[in-house]
Design a protein around this ligand. Structure first.
Ligand code: GDP
Ligand code: MG
Length: 449
């Protein structure tokens, strides 16, 4: 899947200090393959990867993020951008009813959406009217009536007094029905009209002409193009045809509850430049939500955790941890190896060494050391501390020769490295004490250096 591929790609980059042009190219190649596999349209993929590459190569050196995180961030931002940036809400009419027209292929989910949308709007205090303009498909009108009943929203049907037999194969002019439906809404003071239209299994000229004429007749505030998100590579041509035919204002992705990876979403919004506004996620009336570009991007990337970490790193040091350490100093408690390890883990989670260290007291003195700081050093330190018993971590003084040998064996390092660590820790502890006595506020030091 797209998510798996990207995750694997980014995993390869993790731990790299600096990315070469070759690294960037290799990553971009993986992203390209992954997007193509997810059925994102070829031209969209080309444009997208081009932008990512350009930004990755031109990226300023970030203090907060390592290079692989920076690429994740760029990919995420570009995805959000293509998907429309911010969530786009329905534009309500200033006077009279807000007219919303639905368009899309047969089976896309228009009629279902009409019910969902009307229920959702009703819950927000609107009084919608549904208008049945699909006179093509047998039972289309009754289907909308059923949906309307469930949503408890009235339906304007072409033949108010029609028998069920007549409704099964309604005849008439959908454009006239659309016009009459909007008029009805005006008369009965509905503030929203949702006009359901006919679709075909494939794009065809007659159907498009009909939709175009309905649009011209009712001048909708929004034309929502409903598209089945499982449709794959066909999504682009279908969307372009509808955009040209009815010039829609927003996109609704239906059947997102299926196995869809978001390829269609990316393609359709990218080639038309129109925002995705809603997502339909099931057959039930409540399986419906506002579309959030940022959430979709994380779904495509499936990297919610990493994105959160990136945010954290950018926000820098965890304030709670800093406060906890400050209190420890104030209470003249000892700085233990447990604290030391906690700090190490925090730093690793934040993925950023430099910014963190630069913010800490005393960082000026160790700037050169910082420049050559090796993140693998943290791995070794962590392994060593993890090989100690809890008691040893709390009272390192008890760590004698045989304990040192055991710890070295357990962590796969040489005894001299254990010695080195304990020495540095003892110095750090002293420094922390001095800082505490000097009333240093807030920031814990970085005793590993
Ligand atoms: P229309 O021809 O565009 O009006 O499409 P319909 O609203 O009649 O939907 C076609 C089929 O897709 C119906 O069986 C719906 O129940 C189903 N459907 C619509 N939206 C969704 C969705 O979001 N998820 C799932 N799983 N099924 C949906
Ligand atoms: Mg329908």
């Amino acid at each position: 899947s797209l998510s798996d591929r990207l995750t694997a790609t980014f995993k390869n980059l993790r731990g790299k200090g600096r990315l070469t042009e070759a690294d960037v190219d290799a990553t971009v190649r993986e992203i390209r393959r992954a997007l193509l596999d997810a059925d994102v349209a070829v031209p969209v993929v080309r444009e997208f990867t081009g932008r990512v590459r350009e930004r990755a190569l031109g990226a300023e050196v970030s203090a907060a993020l390592n290079p692989s995180q920076q690429i994740v961030k760029i990919v995420n931002e570009e995805l959000v951008e293509i998907l429309g940036g911010e969530t786009r809400r329905i534009r309500l009419a200033k006077n009279g009813p807000t007219i919303i027209m639905l368009a899309g292929l047969q089976g896309a989910g228009k009629t279902t959406l009409a019910g969902k949308l009307s229920k959702w709007l009703k819950a927000q205090g609107h009084s919608p009217l549904l208008v049945a303009c699909d006179l093509q498909r047998p039972n289309a009108v009754t289907q909308l009536q059923v949906v309307g009943q469930r949503a408890n929203v009235p339906v304007f049907a072409p033949h108010p007094g029609a028998t069920s037999q007549e409704l099964e194969h309604p005849a008439g002019d959908p454009i006239a029905v659309a016009r009459a439906g909007v008029e009805e809404a005006r008369q009965k003071l509905h503030d929203v009209v949702i006009v359901d239209t006919a679709g075909r299994l494939g794009v065809d000229a007659d159907m498009m002409e009909q939709a175009r004429q309905i649009r011209r007749a009712i001048v909708p505030n929004e034309v929502l193009f409903v598209i089945d998100s499982m449709i794959g590579q066909d999504a682009v041509n279908t969307a372009l045809a509808f955009d040209e035919g009815v010039n829609f204002t927003g996109i609704v992705l239906s059947k997102l509850d299926g196995d869809a990876r978001g390829g269609a979403a990316l393609s359709v919004s990218s080639v038309t430049g129109k925002p995705v506004m809603f997502a339909s996620t099931g057959e039930g009336l409540d399986d419906f939500e506002l579309f959030h570009p940022d959430r979709m991007a994380s779904r495509i990337l499936d990297m919610g955790d990493i994105l959160t970490l990136i945010e954290q790193a950018e926000k820098a040091w965890d304030k709670d941890e800093a406060a906890r350490m400050a209190k420890k100093f104030a209470d003249q408690e000892d700085f233990t190896l447990e604290d030391f390890l906690a700090q190490m883990q925090q730093i690793r989670n934040m993925g950023s060494m430099k910014k963190m260290l630069m913010m800490m007291p005393g960082a000026q003195n160790i700037r050169q050391q910082l420049e050559q700081f090796d993140e693998r050093e943290i791995d070794r330190v962590e392994a060593i501390v993890r090989s100690m018993t809890p008691h040893e971590r709390l009272a390192p003084k008890i760590i004698n020769g045989s304990r040192r040998a055991r710890i070295a064996r357990g962590s796969g390092v040489h005894v001299s490295e254990v010695n080195g660590l304990l020495e540095r820790f003892a110095q750090a502890q002293k420094m922390m004490k001095k800082m505490a006595q000097g009333g240093m506020p807030g920031m814990p030091g970085m005793p590993g250096l």
